[in-house]
Design a protein around this ligand. Structure first.
Ligand SMILES: Nc1ccn([C@@H]2O[C@H](COP(=O)(O)OP(=O)(O)OP(=O)(O)O)[C@@H](O)[C@H]2O)c(=O)n1
Ligand SMILES: C[C@](O)(CO)[C@H](O)COP(=O)(O)O
Length: 445
């Protein structure tokens, strides 16, 4: 599919306060934010994202524009696609509209089939290749719009200005809470945002022609598509796709750069890590172990349920009482992995507000835990899980369980074992069964 990338780099960076256009602001290694963004695009391309044209929106003022063009000139060879620089507008939406027109020209009209565009913020300079890939995959699968999103970690309030209670003449306006949207249904969205190019061109044109629309209120391009009535798919984003907006974000960027295996010498990396250590908390450097358990009651004889254990179905075996599929092996593994990464446990992660995970299979939970681990900078070393129950006979299907559980963890080694309790305790009495797991995780970089 012909695909253009539009990089919005025309902003002034008021909130960063660097005294220069944000695209030029140096990160910890002295290189401009936009240079890092171009590296991220090159890395995405190397990892399989296909790009046929790149448009970079540069500041409209001649001096800032020339300096940003110079950064593009230095990085263009790494992109492996024709690159055009176009002056941006007053608001991000104005800039993007100019970029889309340039993308339209660059890809050419009359090509059979859809043309795609990825709209990316230069300010999300450290976005990992996986985010580009997820957006492009969704477009290739037929989505007209696809955006990366991450679950929220803060509770969000809708607030209103209220001066009730203010003394006469008091000028202070107070904010009061109007409501609290359920957090499980919210996502913080990132870029690149991917679209059918012709649909996005038409949607931007429609909002531009609407005098009631304020360009400053159009904070992303998905909104423009939503206004035109298009469905917008959400794919997994990544914590490292954060937007450099305030000076604190530069500290986070410095910490990330110090741990990335970029094309720097070991001495350069050590120097950066030393410089960063004074500003940011130490990053994990050692393997970490974790422990997890899960216990379920057997389902009552008069309300039978299927048994899922170790990622596989056990026909003919009595299932467990649970709202999920009750896979104690997978759940114990999730707990052990979260414990190893210091991310809490299943209750904390999937508790009451991750409604999209309700009724999830054990494998889906493991995949989500793996994603959370990656976000926190860890990959899985290995997991050992033991089922404590007189039945089913785990040994007969151990290899199948190990294969299913390992597949859910992208191939990380999983070993499965089993034990009984010699008839003792609640397990021996046939009340329920236990999953017990240990996990080792290691820093991803
Ligand atoms: N008129 C604008 C405004 C923003 N952007 C780009 O849109 C992205 C997201 O905007 P933001 O982070 O808000 O950047 P600034 O507008 O530069 O920052 P501020 O709002 O603090 O001034 C940035 O990569 C920015 O360069 C743009 O191309 N044109
Ligand atoms: C497009 C965006 O990055 C999605 O989160 C965001 O809306 C840009 O907002 P900004 O205020 O222009 O930084």
């Amino acid at each position: 599919m012909p695909t253009a990338l539009v990089i919005a780099a025309a902003g002034s960076g008021t909130r960063l306060g660097a005294g220069m256009p944000k695209a030029l602001a140096p990160l910890a290694d002295g290189r401009a934010l936009l240079a890092h963004c171009l590296d991220a695009v090159a890395a995405a391309r190397d990892a399989g994202t296909s790009l046929d044209a790149v448009v970079v929106l540069v500041p409209a003022d001649p001096d800032g524009g020339a300096r940003v063009r110079a950064v593009v000139a230095e990085g263009r060879a790494r992109l492996g696609a024709p690159v055009a620089c176009v002056p941006g507008g007053a608001e991000r939406a104005d800039s993007v509209r100019s970029g889309l027109a340039a993308a339209d020209r660059a890809l050419g009209r009359g090509v059979p089939g859809p043309r795609h565009v990825l709209v990316h913020d230069a300010a999300r300079a450290l976005t990992p290749p996986a985010v580009f890939a997820a957006v492009q995959e969704a477009l290739d699968a037929g989505a007209v719009a696809a955006i990366p999103g991450v679950p929220l970690t803060d509770t969000v309030k809708e607030v209103v200005l209220a001066d009730a209670g203010a003394a006469p003449g008091e000028r202070t306006l107070r904010l009061t809470v109007r409501g609290t949207p359920p957090r499980g249904g919210l996502r913080a969205v990132q870029t690149p945002q991917g679209f059918d190019l012709d649909a996005l061109l038409a949607a931007h044109e429609a909002v531009r022609a609407d005098p009631a629309r304020d360009a400053a209120a159009l904070t992303d391009d998905a909104m423009v598509m939503e206004a035109a009535g298009h469905a917008v798919a959400v794919v997994p984003g990544h914590a490292e796709a954060f937007k450099v907006t305030t000076p604190l974000d530069l500290d986070l960027a410095a910490a990330l750069l110090a741990r990335r295996p970029a094309d720097r010498t070991p001495d350069e990396r050590t120097a950066m890590a030393d410089a960063t250590a004074t500003q940011t908390p130490a990053l994990p450097v050692l393997p970490r172990t974790g422990i997890g358990t899960d216990i379920h009651q057997w389902a009552p004889e008069d309300a039978p349920r299927p048994l899922w254990l170790g990622g596989i179905h056990w026909p003919g075996e009595r299932g467990v009482a649970a709202t999920s599929n009750g896979d104690v092996a997978a759940h114990a593994m999730c707990n052990a992995l979260l414990s190893a990464a210091g991310l809490g446990d299943l209750g904390a992660v999937f508790g009451t507000d991750r409604w999209e995970m309700k009724d999830a299979t054990g494998e889906a939970m493991l995949r989500e835990v793996l994603r959370l681990l990656a976000e926190a900078g860890f990959r899985v070393g290995n997991v050992a899980v033991q089922v404590i129950a007189p039945r089913p006979k785990v040994g007969t299907r151990r290899a199948e369980m190990e294969a299913a559980l390992s597949a859910a963890l992208d191939g990380a080694p999983v070993s499965v074992s089993a034990a009984t309790t010699d008839g003792l305790g609640f397990i021996g009495a046939g009340e329920g069964l236990v999953g017990l797991a240990t996990a080792l995780v290691v820093p991803a970089h």
